[in-house]
Design a protein around this ligand. Structure first.
Ligand code: PHE
Ligand code: ZN
Length: 883
């Protein structure tokens, strides 16, 4: 969630808060300490008497000794902030237990027992959104990673697999729909109450348990699997949202079909339910047969969702569906193995989206996400390997590293194996480990055996953190091109020394005269340095390297600017072409920010970039979706990432100046492009999506070069828009400008969509991410808006995550942006610790920022660290960031 996905008044009333509060140093959990659980839990029965303020949970677990584990006289049942109103063993009340913190430790004399426990919980006051909670009058659960222990006492660890039978009952009027994992096996009524019993035939860990009760309606359809089994599909939403569910349903059916074709995976129940919930910490959750989604990744129609939103819905629906095999049928032994399911499933959803739309555009988008979210993580205080060695709070490890770099690591195996042989590896993995709680090592071994590839050294990608740096030097001797490559893996916290890793690099050598190359080759750099020779070059060729982004590394090539211009205009690998364009701009901006450019050099650099951009704007062979990618300037974060220490203010100034220059130099080409694109009528086809993308990009360049003209164009695009993509794009540009149209259109947008939470989120986010000089004051005012609340994670993220990701606001020279995020973290921590902790990393980048700002960022971290009661989540992130 996706990875990664997610308030003015911190107004009081925080009941469940204490459960998550940890006054001092929470213990460190280490991967090497893993031991199998001494008990098996073959069977779990749960009975829920549902109520918003009070839900009674009765559990009955059959437990038998695990022959494969050390024998223990006791069984530990995890709890978190709950109390047992009754504990029985083999039908008799017992007092043969102790409390260890929040856990129950029961003494069990024999080899097989039945444990019965009763708890009573209060979903309405559960603001952490973990365990059983209330959202808009409905009840739902979130158990990954350790939420089940907030519902009942249980061995809440992913290697304890159990078969669940669940009875749920409650007032029929309040909860007309009762859903759980698996199949509904019985229903009934008792006065005003009704009940349903569900059975899930597939043994699962507790984190995959889910229950939903509420007033919901469904978009219902079916899918017939490759073996002819008919599966009922439902997308459950609140009454008014039904008309926005068709895209989710279509995406689900495409996912099911794709997984059969691409990975040979068939769905394994007769029913698949998706429920949309508006209060949700993450993007979505793959509970067996009952996926729970953030509304943001379900609801979409052209009036309220952008093209980007449509794509995200398809991607996340795919992601959660694919978890049914990579995550559920084969789950994780322990949470250190998280990338086993997440890295692999992200790769699977990326490949799915590549197949559903434009593969090169999807690849570029995925690389952009990696570079803006994962690279900074890998080069900062929170750097960790895709398989971490220790944690204090596992929620903090649902990161871009585990998800996105995890996907890149598996993608490299696929690149080295080739697609077909890679499939033999995944077939073997699914076959060998079906029904198990597996490890990353199990996955690598399966690929190794299935493909016939030695991955001994490759395993370093699982244990070493940090983005490798590859140096490139191409020379020419006689008729040979000589490619010298070097690699270093930077030092990261706890890992001062690194070993060279196998880095698969796709390369091509272009003949200057013909503009062609004679085939792409795969070079695997597995030493600190190596030399490769290519024959048959009368003159020195132009090197295209890391094509398709075959390895998640940074490439340092000292390549003349004219070669980048050459590649930006004609590289046949779309990613490499994009890369050349980015390199051209990044190289120029880094030099400009560093103050090393003479006026002549500055002029020359801008001229080259403008010429390359002109070629892109006018290349008739490019489709507009791809043209849009090539037009996007490198982000401020990515530029900063190229420097050891950077000044956000200077980067912003130089970047805006380049944008303005390109906008004015290429004004004719850009407006011609705009006029052409504007004539293409709305549809969800690639051509029309591309047209919308380039239109708004032209507006962003115009906003920098000719604000008055841009405002006029944007206002007119806004007024004529028949879809959210055009409307939001225009409003985004207006929000960054001064003037009456800004106020008018922001007001219009709000009035038009008030009451639609997802669109109001956009309204908050647009203002928080704007280039307007008053952005800090705007965000402060928005925090006081009646629609703002700290209790809804989407709303919190729409205002504050957008702001923290806006360098222009967050890095305000007086430190006000840092103080606002500091205040937010402190106010949000007792309400929703998971979400609060996600705001720490932006402050944690202080070491890479110029000293004046760095001191103010640190000051906020120290202020947070000194707070009397901090959650485990925030405590861990703050201490690591200061460390
Ligand atoms: N497992 C979910 C996914 O990636 C993400 C998630 C984690 C959701 C923790 C909720 C809580 O698909
Ligand atoms: Zn996932």
């Amino acid at each position: 969630m996706d990875i990664a996905r997610t308030p003015s008044n911190p107004d009081g009333n925080i009941e469940m808060a204490d459960a998550a509060m940890q006054p001092h140093d929470p213990p460190e959990i280490r991967r090497e300490d893993y031991r199998p659980f001494p008990w098996l839990v073959p069977d779990t029965r749960l009975d829920f008497e549902l109520g918003l303020d009070s839900t009674r949970v009765r559990s009955r677990l059959t437990v038998v000794r695990n022959a494969k584990a050390d024998k223990s006289p006791t069984i530990r049942l995890n709890g978190d902030g709950i109390t047992a109103t009754r504990v029985k063993v083999d039908g008799e009340p017992t007092s043969a237990f102790t409390m260890d913190g929040d856990d129950i430790v029961l003494t069990l004399p024999g080899d097989a027992h039945e444990i019965a426990i009763e708890t009573e919980i209060d979903p309405a006051s559960n603001s952490q959104l973990m365990g059983l909670y209330a959202s808009n009058g409905m009840l739902c659960t979130q158990c990954e990673s350790e939420g089940f222990r907030r519902i009942t006492f249980f061995p809440d660890r992913p290697d304890v697999l159990s078969t669940y039978t669940v009875r749920m009952s409650g007032p029929k009027a309040q909860f007309p729909i009762l859903l759980c994992n698996g199949n509904r096996v019985a229903t009934g009524e008792e006065g005003a109450d009704h009940w349903a019993e569900w059975h899930d035939p597939w043994p699962k860990p507790s984190y995959l348990f889910a229950l939903v009760a509420g007033d919901l309606v469904a978009n219902t359809d079916s899918f017939t699997t490759m073996n002819g089994r008919k599966v009922e599909l439902n997308v459950w939403v609140r009454e008014g949202d039904l008309e926005r569910t068709q895209h989710a349903m279509d995406s689900l059916k495409r996912s099911m079909k794709w997984d059969e074709e691409a990975f040979g995976r068939e769905y394994d129940l007769d029913l698949f339910n998706i429920v949309a919930v508006s209060d949700f910490n993450m993007g979505a959750m793959e509970n067996k047969g009952l996926n729970v989604f953030n509304t943001k990744y379900v609801l979409a129609d052209p009036d309220t969702a952008t093209d980007g939103d449509f794509d995200a819905v398809e991607g996340v629906i795919g992601h959660e569906y694919f978890h049914n095999w990579s995550g559920n049928r084969i789950t994780c032994r322990d949470w250190f193995q998280l990338s086993l399911k997440e890295g692999f499933t992200v790769l699977r959803d990326q490949l799915f989206s590549q197949d559903m739309g434009s593969a090169p555009v999807k690849r570029i988008e995925d690389v952009r996400i990696l570079r803006s979210a994962q690279f900074p993580e890998d080069s900062g205080p929170l750097a960790h390997p895709i398989r971490p060695d220790s944690y204090r709070e596992i929620s903090n490890f649902y990161t871009a590293t585990v998800y996105n770099k995890g996907a890149e690591v598996i993608r490299m195996m696929r690149t080295m194996a080739g697609e077909e042989r890679f499939r033999q590896g995944t077939d073997l993995y699914f076959d060998r480990h079906d029904g198990e709680a597996a490890t990353c090592e199990d996955f690598v071994k399966s690929i190794e055996d299935g493909v016939g590839l030695d991955l001994t050294q490759f395993r370093l990608w699982y244990s070493q953190a940090g983005t490798p740096k590859v140096t490139v030097d191409l020379s020419h001797e006689g008729d040979e091109a000589v490619l010298k490559l070097g690699q270093t893996v930077p030092e990261t916290p706890g890992q001062p020394l690194k070993q060279p890793m196998p880095i698969p690099l796709k390369v091509a050598l272009f003949d200057r005269a013909s503009g062609k190359h004679s085939g792409e080759q795969l070079v695997v750099l597995d030493k600190a340095s190596a030399e490769y020779r290519f024959q048959g070059f009368a003159e020195k060729p132009v090197l295209s390297i890391n094509r398709g982004f075959s390895a998640p590394v940074t490439v340092e090539r000292s390549i003349p600017r004219e070669e980048l211009v050459f590649l930006a205009a004609r590289d046949d690998d779309p990613f490499a072409r994009y890369e050349a364009m980015q390199d051209l701009m990044v190289g120029h901006l880094v030099a400009a920010v560093g103050g090393t450019l003479s006026d002549d050099e500055r002029r020359g650099g801008r001229e080259d970039i403008a010429e390359a951009m002109r070629a892109i704007l006018t290349d008739a062979k490019l489709d507009d979706l791809m043209r849009g990618e090539l037009m996007i300037m490198p982000s401020q974060t990515y530029i900063a990432e190229q420097m050891d220490v950077s000044d956000p203010g200077r980067i912003h100034t130089e970047r805006e100046a380049l944008k303005a220059e390109l906008g004015s130099r290429l004004s004719a080409e850009m407006h011609a492009l705009y006029d052409r694109a504007e004539k293409i009528p709305f549809s969800l086809e690639a051509e029309a999506k591309g047209a919308r993308k380039v239109k708004t990009l032209v507006l962003t360049y115009a906003a920098a070069s000719d604000p008055a003209k841009a405002a006029e164009l944007a206002a007119s695009q806004y007024e004529r828009a028949d879809n959210m993509t055009d409307r939001q794009g225009a409003l985004m540009v207006l929000t960054g400008l001064e003037g009456v149209e800004r106020t008018n259109k922001l007001l219009d947008f709000y009035n038009r969509y008030r009451g639609n939470a997802l669109v109001v989120d956009k309204w908050f986010a647009l203002q928080a991410s704007s280039l307007h000089p008053g952005v800090v004051e705007h965000v402060k005012a928005l925090a006081e808006h009646p629609d703002f609340t700290l209790r809804n994670p989407n709303r919190v993220r729409s205002l504050y995550m957008a702001f923290a990701a806006n360098p222009h606001g967050f890095h305000a020279p007086d430190g006000e942006g840092y103080r606002m995020i500091g205040d937010l973290i402190l106010a949000l921590d007792p309400i929703n610790a998971q979400t609060a902790a996600r705001f720490v990393p932006p402050l944690g980048r202080w070491r890479r920022i110029e000293p004046g700002r760095a001191a103010m960022m640190r000051e906020q971290l120290e202020r947070i660290a000194e707070a009397p009661k901090l959650s485990r989540d925030t405590f861990e992130q703050v201490t690591r960031s200061l460390g």
